[in-house]
Design a binder for this molecule. Structure first.
Ligand SMILES: *Cc1c(COP(=O)(O)O)cnc(C)c1O
Length: 384
């Protein structure tokens, strides 16, 4: 039996559709309609009622606490604010400020473009002080650390291949050389086991809109290891990250901990759509979620090989679950056209250049029967 069957009922899902694009936008919790509607009602009433009763100022922390167990973080160490891109900037800038004497940043060649672009922007604006180095794989990363590296910013899971890095191993190598780490959890948070505290990760960031189901335009999250945020002034010092928001002092005094990464007014509308997360995540035991994801993706990979292997499908997601991310990726000739045909068959997947197809598996709503049915429909497409 499915331990998350009751959770599936908390989502509004289109009839007959097999949704395997949770790595892009997670499905919508039913409670979001009422949340959005209540916000609009408060807006209509303007200031007479509503704003002071509304938890808009607390939402960054409420959302952060709701997902913290799914990344192995403690209460109060995660907030939702801004986009992943901005959080990458804040986290990397913070690491650079802490590690002042060093000038090199390290990242993956295959990292998600925006993560790399942020680092390139920092180099451009550094008056010649900073440089960027790339590595191809995890072993190369572990070997690359030396005393010039201030910060390593890596994706935990490769957005194309779905391959997961060993966060503890890489972080240990970074720390042994005196470097700090920033981990992008976009393709692991809410799907596969993440343990930022166990791995001793310094900073972590990630999307709200993907497996976490924060909806379109969801704010992103940022985590800092206990004590670390306090060691530097934030690069974007905004009034909402001030120690005393409503004191309106001229000079900035940073809030204790990760709250200093809240910049300006929370994105109240986006936070309310993302508020569906508050109705879902606290009801789930992380280990239950992760076990279901493993079971689903093991099953999916097996079915893909058996049913579609002879038709040219090659699974590129790792067999070793400890190396697998949220999505299952496979190669197929004519992948782009296959994804189009799958969508016409009611299976929503995504395509990545040049020949990769991604099935983003959300354990909140996907069942084993959905995986099987998706593979059956894929086979039909390949045969036609
Ligand atoms: C989706 C994704 C992002 C998106 O960044 P935004 O600034 O929130 O648009 C960043 N990094 C990775 C690895 C992603 O998969």
């Amino acid at each position: 039996t499915d331990p998350l069957a009751a959770i599936r009922d908390l989502f509004e899902l289109p009839e007959g559709l097999i949704y395997l694009d949770a790595n892009s936008v997670g499905p919508m919790p039913k409670s979001v309609r009422a949340r959005a509607s209540a916000l609009l009602d408060d807006w209509v009433r303007l200031r007479q009622l509503g704003w002071s009763e509304r938890a808009w100022q607390q939402m960054p922390s409420l959302l952060g606490d709701a997902i913290a167990p799914f990344i192995g973080a403690g209460k109060g160490d995660v907030v939702f604010a801004d986009s992943t891109t901005l959080n990458q900037f804040k986290a990397v800038s913070h690491a650079l400020a802490i590690n002042r004497g060093r000038s090199v940043m390290l990242t993956q060649n295959s990292n998600f473009p925006t993560d790399v672009h942020v680092l390139q922007g920092l180099v451009e604006h550094s008056r010649g002080q900073l440089s960027l180095r790339f590595v191809d794989n995890e072993d190369a990363a572990v070997a690359a650390f030396d005393d010039s590296i201030a910060v390593a910013a890596f994706s935990h899971v490769d957005y194309r291949s779905g391959a997961r890095w060993d966060m503890a191993r890489v972080t240990a190598a970074a720390h042994a050389a005196g470097a700090l780490t920033v981990w992008d959890l976009c393709h692991s948070a809410g799907a596969v086991p993440v343990d930022v505290e166990g791995a001793n990760a310094d900073f972590a960031i990630g999307c709200g809109n993907k497996y976490l189901c924060g909806g379109p335009g969801s704010p992103a999250f940022i985590y800092a290891r206990k004590g670390l945020a306090d060691r530097a002034f934030p690069a974007i010092a905004g009034w909402m990250g001030h120690a005393d928001v409503l004191a309106f002092t001229r000079d900035y005094v940073p809030h204790q901990g990760v709250k200093r990464f809240i910049t300006g007014t929370p994105l109240v509308g986006a936070d309310e759509l993302a508020g569906g997360m508050l109705d879902i995540w606290p009801q789930i035991e992380p280990r239950t979620l992760w076990a279901k994801h493993k079971s689903l993706t093991d099953f999916l990979i097996g079915a893909l090989r058996q049913q579609c292997g002879p038709l040219g499908v090659e699974v590129i997601s790792p067999d070793d679950y400890d190396r697998r991310g949220g999505n299952v990726t496979f190669r197929a000739p004519g992948a782009n056209a296959i994804v189009e045909a799958l969508i016409a068959q009611g299976v929503i997947a995504s395509f990545r250049n040049p020949d990769a197809i991604r099935f983003g598996v959300s354990p909140l709503v996907i069942r084993h029967q959905d995986c099987l049915e998706a593979v059956v429909r894929l086979r039909r497409v390949l045969e036609s």
